[in-house]
Design a protein around this ligand. Structure first.
Ligand SMILES: [Cu+2]
Length: 486
């Protein structure tokens, strides 16, 4: 049994780095964490039932069984991760802006936590909202090594009931086998030119073209999943949340899927989108909202008076598959909901993104530095890359300097959509296909095939930071790079 040591005191010289017991030699005399005890998050295994079969998956839980963490802005993020699985792991705090050594990316921010070891984290929380945590080690995220991370900040209304919905894709095939199959097949179902006229130079020559029509839809869903989960359950046995008739609910939707994007379908409920990726937007009314991989949506709904059951569904883009939960007001019956919609949904678009407007945008400033990042790939062998470079440890980081306003011009030259995530910083969407606007502040931006999305951020958190496609197998295949200013 490895000793667990609490070495971090806020403001101490070591505070920028989590201490990984077992992976480093701790000093003999270790100071004790100042103030409150850390919240323990234990990485373990558990069984869930999917399609009538038992599956062993991962879990991130507190000792009382709670998944993930609910905390408050202003409190320090003081957490001890205990690795109770039989392989190394490391947890990334998706959307937070910790010191870079606490960001949870193996090989970049630090070593993984060995089996049986632990790591301590302690940093201030700059903002509240809906975030999540997930393993950045190997393919563990596919086995549900993920959990909600909710930070209250007074934006919620006292009479409002919060309902967290975490979406996931699930396969009985082991993740390593899924990845091998992708590399072997080396082709995609709907391989075709991206939609729209402004696709620019396409990196199609090395890709296997489809036999079909050139105007086909973008290529979606190259992994065929066995199930789609909402809070670990399918629609055969969905989570049913008791709510007050006539009450108000804040839905905190988290797409923790490895590869799957959805259309959130509120059915007969009117929704008001108030935040994306934790950051407030000018409210948008609607009953259907897109959510790409790793993104979050905060949606307010008001329930009708009287008893009733109101499904909150998530339908896979391009397909009929769906999952979801049920809001049950009063004592009305809850009818079984089919896990297939009547018709396939369209691919996600940027129609909503263009309408989003941050409540607190970046201060106007011209870019001090602009990087063009081409999203590239070769389907033969399932190689995904940025600027035609598949990540490896010898790829030099892209330099930044503290205080700069940085813009990333992301051009998708592939037929697949890519949800692009920057670590350690929030960014603002400032341009889509040549049209400048003051869009949402967020941490994950979808770039559909052939499209161009520009995001801006302030280099205000020095360190070495990952930037990557959040589709798990694209990330693992090399659609990843880093920024560095230390
Ligand atoms: Cu991708």
């Amino acid at each position: 049994m490895l000793s667990r040591r609490a070495l971090l005191a806020q403001g101490a010289a070591l505070a920028a780095s989590p201490i990984v017991a077992g992976a480093q030699t701790p000093p003999a005399e270790a100071p004790v964490v100042g103030g409150a005890q850390p919240t323990i998050l234990k990485l373990g295994r558990r069984d869930i039932e999917v399609n009538g079969k038992t599956a062993s998956v991962y879990a991130i839980r507190q000792p009382d069984g709670a998944f993930g963490l609910v905390t408050e802005v202003g409190k320090p993020f003081r957490v001890r991760v205990e690795n109770g699985i039989d392989e190394p792991s490391l947890i990334h705090w998706h959307g937070l802006t910790p010191p870079w050594r606490q960001d949870g990316v193996p090989g970049i921010s630090g070593p993984p936590i060995p089996a049986g070891g632990s790591a301590d984290y302690d940093f201030p929380l700059r903002f509240g909202g809906t975030f999540w945590m997930h393993s950045h080690q190997g393919l563990q995220e596919q086995l549900l090594m993920a959990a909600p991370l909710i930070i209250h900040d007074g934006r919620g209304r006292p009479e409002e009931q919060e309902v967290v919905v975490m979406l996931a894709d699930f396969s009985f095939t082991p993740p390593e086998q899924i990845f091998e199959n992708l590399k072997k097949s080396g082709s995609m179902a709907g391989m075709a030119k991206p939609p729209g006229s402004g696709g620019g130079k396409m990196m199609m020559s090395s890709m296997k073209m489809s036999k079909g029509d050139a105007a086909a839809a973008p290529d979606l869903n190259d992994v065929k999943y066995d199930a789609f989960l909402a809070n670990f359950r399918t629609l055969a046995d969905p989570e049913t949340v008791k709510v007050e008739p006539g009450g108000r609910v804040l839905l905190r939707l988290i797409n923790s899927s490895a590869m799957s994007a959805y259309h959130i379908d509120l059915g007969e409920l009117d929704g008001e989108l108030i935040a994306v990726d934790g950051f407030a937007v000018a409210p948008i009314q609607g009953r259907s909202f897109p959510i790409a991989v790793a993104q979050r949506l905060d949606i307010r709904v008001s329930l009708p008076s009287g008893s009733g059951a109101y499904p909150v569904l998530a339908q896979l883009e391009g397909e009929r598959n769906r999952t979801g939960i049920v809001l049950a007001a009063g004592n009305g019956p809850v009818a079984r909901i089919a896990d297939q919609a009547e018709a396939p949904s369209p691919a996600l678009t940027l129609d909503l993104e263009r309408r989003l407007s941050a409540v607190e945008p970046l201060k106007p400033h011209k870019a001090d530095r602009i990087y063009t990042i081409n999203l590239t790939g070769e389907m033969a062998g399932y190689v995904w890359s940025l600027n035609n470079v598949a990540w490896n440890k010898d790829v030099p980081p892209l330099p930044l300097a503290t205080g700069e306003r940085v813009e990333l011009v992301m051009m998708n030259q592939t037929p697949m959509p890519h949800p692009m995530h920057l670590h350690g910083h929030e960014f603002q969407v400032v341009e889509i296909d040549g049209a400048r606007f003051s869009g949402a502040v967020r941490d994950t931006a979808l770039v559909p095939p052939g499209q161009r999305v520009v995001v801006a951020f302030d280099a205000n958190n020095p360190g070495w930071w990952a930037f990557h496609c959040h589709l798990l197998y694209h990330l693992d295949a090399g659609m990843f790079t880093t920024f560095r200013y230390v």
